[in-house]
Write a protein that binds this ligand. Structure first.
Ligand code: ZN
Ligand code: ZN
Length: 362
């Protein structure tokens, strides 16, 4: 088989190769980002059956038109339970069927095994499609670059308008609105706007609290045609204190040190170690409580992982975040995050926004 030129058909071709290595003659894919990757389908209910001879997306009548428009494979509309339609299709059709063991419920797993029949075997696959998704093609990297550019633009249009009397919720809503106006499907995740001591909560949800005077942490990303981006910047309303500047500069240096490590062939944990080394020298290592980064693509968190215990090795074409942070409970938090493309010689930063502390009048 030669590799098809269409992106989705090419991805299915790669998955079939991986399946034959597992001695499987077919696969069921139910995790929606994987389904989207392999077929183009963006609905909320779809299961792909893939074998060397056929690719069929099973979905329900709500998606009749949409699925036929989006998918480059066969579409089967099932009334009632979609899984029921899938089970009827696979019964007696495969000898060894792979299914995403980490993505379906125990009930679905058991019933699929039963309906396959005695002579067939259900094989647990884990991360098969996710592994293909780790390295982005040129087109995929371009799509993430566009997403990151849109995210940056929305930030730049909004950040200068932040004022102490605005609430975190209003600021987050403004950022989301800008992203949608610029063409995003929506935010890649719930936008974080955390003011003052609340910035010390790495996953703070924007609330009614006013921004007030002091630091504001903004962590945002866009979803553009399914492709995510992820970026964190610090804004300061009114003049920053010396203590805060010290924190900010330490994180900034940690992020630069980590970025300097990024290139193809480097173990991901070395990137994490570089950030930690800088913070340790500042006596801040204990306040850096998460890993340095994660892969970004059709999901906001995907492989590889840039943490102290990661076994991943960076490859050209991976898109990852680099986001060290320090969190002093009750006082302040600082995080600086870019989405970057791993290349043979280094990191191409995809989030084009300056990293100086943006100081606004209070
Ligand atoms: Zn982020
Ligand atoms: Zn992130």
């Amino acid at each position: 088989m030669t590799r098809p030129t269409d992106a989705r058909a090419g991805r299915r071709h790669e998955l079939l190769k991986a399946l034959s290595e597992l001695r499987c003659d077919a696969a069921l894919v139910a995790h929606l980002p994987n389904v989207r990757y392999l077929t183009g389908f963006t609905g909320s209910n779809g299961i792909l059956f893939l074998s060397p001879g056929s690719a069929i997306l099973f979905t329900d009548p709500r998606y009749d038109l949409q699925a036929h428009e989006e998918c480059d494979c066969r579409v089967r509309i099932v009334r009632g339970s979609t899984w029921e339609g899938v089970w009827k299709h696979v019964a007696g059709r495969c000898r060894r069927l792979a299914m995403e063991a980490d993505r379906v419920s125990h009930e679905v797993w058991q019933e699929t095994a039963r309906r396959l029949g005695r002579k067939a075997k259900l094989a647990a696959s884990r991360g098969l499609v996710e592994k293909l998704r780790r390295v982005k093609s040129t087109e995929e990297a371009d799509a993430i670059r566009a997403s990151a550019r849109l995210c940056a633009e929305a930030f730049l249009e909004t950040a200068r308008q932040l004022r102490p009397e605005m609430s975190e919720r209003d600021a987050a809503a403004e950022l989301d609105y800008r992203m949608r106006r610029l063409g995003a499907e929506g935010p890649a995740f719930e936008t974080i706007v955390a003011a003052g001591a609340r910035a010390a909560l790495p996953h703070a949800r924007p609330g009614d609290a006013k921004l007030g005077r002091g630091p504001v942490l903004i962590d945002m990303g866009a979803n553009v045609s399914g492709w995510m981006s992820d970026m964190t910047r610090m804004v300061h309303l009114g003049p920053p204190s010396r203590g805060f500047l010290r924190l900010f500069r330490a994180v900034r240096r940690a992020q630069e040190a980590a970025l300097a490590e990024v290139r193809a062939g480097v173990p991901a944990r070395k990137v994490d170690a570089a950030a930690r080394r800088v913070l340790k020298a500042e006596g801040l290592a204990g306040y850096f409580t998460h890993s340095t980064g994660h892969g970004v693509g059709l999901e906001i968190h995907e492989a590889p992982r840039l943490g102290a215990k990661s076994d991943d090795v960076l490859e050209a074409g991976m898109v990852v975040t680099v986001e060290p942070g320090v969190y002093l409970a009750g006082t302040a938090g600082v995080r600086i995050e870019d989405t970057v493309l791993v290349t043979e010689s280094g990191a191409e930063i995809l989030t084009p926004v300056g990293k100086d502390l943006l100081v606004l009048p209070s």
